[in-house]
Design a protein around this ligand. Structure first.
Ligand code: HEC
Length: 119
């Protein structure tokens, strides 16, 4: 009987876990950038950096007229500014890291540009 009880609770646990994960993801998306919050960094400088750093070779971004397909389409994933900054800084998943070549302020500029041109 003890065994049965344990089996029955597994799907419940899985559902609770899935809900928790979804909640976190939703909270991140919803709280990523509320309207009116000023962007960190310069959109104009970010536009230049996006081209210079070759982001468009791997990413599609309509504002930059880039059509790369190695990485996700930025117009589709509409990343938060924080997500762009994190990904550019650390790289990962076949994307190079720019944390060693760009200053934090430059990464913020790129993130401001990607955010503002996808939202
Ligand atoms: C050599 C190809 C390449 C270059 C250059 C590149 N990326 Fe990426 N990028 C990728 C790949 C591949 C992924 C998917 C990584 C993954 O699935 O974990 C990615 C993911 C991302 C993501 C999404 C991260 C996430 O968690 O969803 C963002 C935002 C991003 N890149 C922005 C940029 C910006 C901005 C630049 C320029 C500074 C850049 N990338 C340069 C290949 C590249």
């Amino acid at each position: 009987m003890k065994n049965l009880g344990r089996k029955a609770s597994l799907p419940v646990l899985a559902a609770v876990a899935a809900t928790a994960v979804l909640g976190v993801v939703f909270a991140q998306v919803a709280g990523a950038h509320t309207a009116g919050t000023p962007l960190i960094g310069s959109v104009a400088a970010g536009k230049t950096l996006f081209k210079a750093q070759g982001c468009g070779k791997c990413h599609t971004l309509a504002a930059a007229k880039s059509t790369g397909t190695i990485g996700p389409n930025l117009n589709k994933i509409k990343p938060s500014q924080a997500l762009v900054a994190k990904q550019v800084t650390t790289g990962g998943g076949f994307m190079p890291s720019f944390g060693g070549t760009l200053k934090k302020a430059q990464i913020d500029d790129i993130a401001a540009y990607v955010y503002s041109s996808t939202h």
